[in-house]
Design a protein around this ligand. Structure first.
Ligand code: ASP
Length: 320
């Protein structure tokens, strides 16, 4: 049977740790002089992106190349692929190239699942579907936290994490929340009622998810704070008066962190709007793990591609 990575929802704690352990082992490959292993030699990976992307596309592309796979990047305008049939046609054309893995980003929730159902031979990786899931971002966030807590002898299991801002439209938050619940963590969703409605917590069917509408109350006692970008491209109505008003209430600053959760570390999935979601002193300060998140992106995508398409041992030295 062909394996896919369509979301974090439904993954067990062990499956998540398997991805993270594999990713950790690939961190070392990226530090070598020759950053390449022969693991996926002869395999073909198609990255098809119906939405713009810088970080995610680049890191999937580099990850495939470091594993010695052939990678092809296809950018497709979302407007030409509004109907399921058209998406299916596109995918069938790509399937005729016989890829081993198809990495897809699409503005419609569920598009990668639809593609996976209609492909017989290729593994599908969801690189972000609408406001639904972004599993590789969640895995790289989890890897970053696992490394951070391990350095001080702590475990990533049992922590308290808060997501601040546009949780309603954030696929990053959704995937992360499923991951943290699988690990047994407590989750707080923080933002105005329009972006964090009370019933959003019920989606996750867990009493370990709570909602806070005041930033100070929400941050109280957290180990980790994730600042989310305002997803204006997914907002079809006015959820906030304007960005200035929003940032007065919800921009995460060093002052509020020092008061409410002095030991916390901060993540941001990018792209980051300084002064709207997070202040520059936090983003560039000692509690920021943002640069580390970006560094972990390649290792996590190598692990995902490797676990889906492997035929050889992961860390052989590359002999051209
Ligand atoms: N890069 C992330 C995503 O594709 C986060 C964001 O765009 O805000 O969802």
């Amino acid at each position: 049977m062909v394996d896919h990575l369509l979301g974090i929802e439904g993954l067990s704690k062990n499956e998540i740790h398997r991805y993270l352990e594999s990713a950790q082992s690939f961190v070392e490959v990226s530090e070598r002089d020759i950053k390449k292993v022969p693991t996926l030699r002869g395999k073909t990976i198609v990255n098809i992106f119906f939405e713009p992307s810088t970080r995610t596309l680049a890191s999937f592309d580099i990850a495939g190349k470091r594993l010695s796979a052939d990678t092809i990047n296809v950018s497709a305008g979302a407007s030409s692929v509004k109907k399921g049939e058209t998406l299916l046609d596109t995918v069938r054309t790509l399937e005729s190239m016989n890829p081993d893995v198809l990495v897809i980003r699409h503005s419609e929730s569920g598009a990668p699942h639809f593609v996976a159902q209609h492909l017989s031979r290729a593994s599908v990786v969801n690189a972000g579907d609408g406001a639904h899931e972004h599993p590789t971002q969640a895995l790289l966030d989890l890897l970053t936290l696992r490394q951070h807590f391990a350095e001080s002898g702590r475990d990533i299991e049992g922590i308290k994490i808060g997501f601040v801002g546009d949780v309603r439209h954030s696929r990053v938050a959704r995937s992360n929340i499923w991951g943290h619940l699988a690990l047994g963590n407590r989750v707080r969703l923080i933002g105005p009622t329009t972006l964090v409605p009370r019933d959003l917590a019920t989606v996750f069917r867990s009493d370990r998810v709570e909602v806070a509408h005041s930033l100070q109350e929400g941050l109280d006692g957290l180990d980790v704070v994730v600042c989310l970008r305002m997803q204006l491209e997914r907002q079809d109505e006015h959820f906030i008066p304007n960005l200035d008003e929003y940032s007065k209430e919800y921009c995460v600053s060093e002052r509020v962190l020092a008061r409410c959760c002095p030991q916390s570390v901060v993540l941001h999935p990018g792209p980051m709007n300084r002064g709207t979601e997070v202040t520059g002193d936090v983003a560039d300060g000692p509690r920021s793990l943002i640069r580390r998140q970006v560094n972990n992106g390649v290792a996590v995508r190598m692990a995902v591609l490797y676990l889906l398409a492997r035929t050889a041992e992961p860390h052989e030295v590359f002999e051209p």
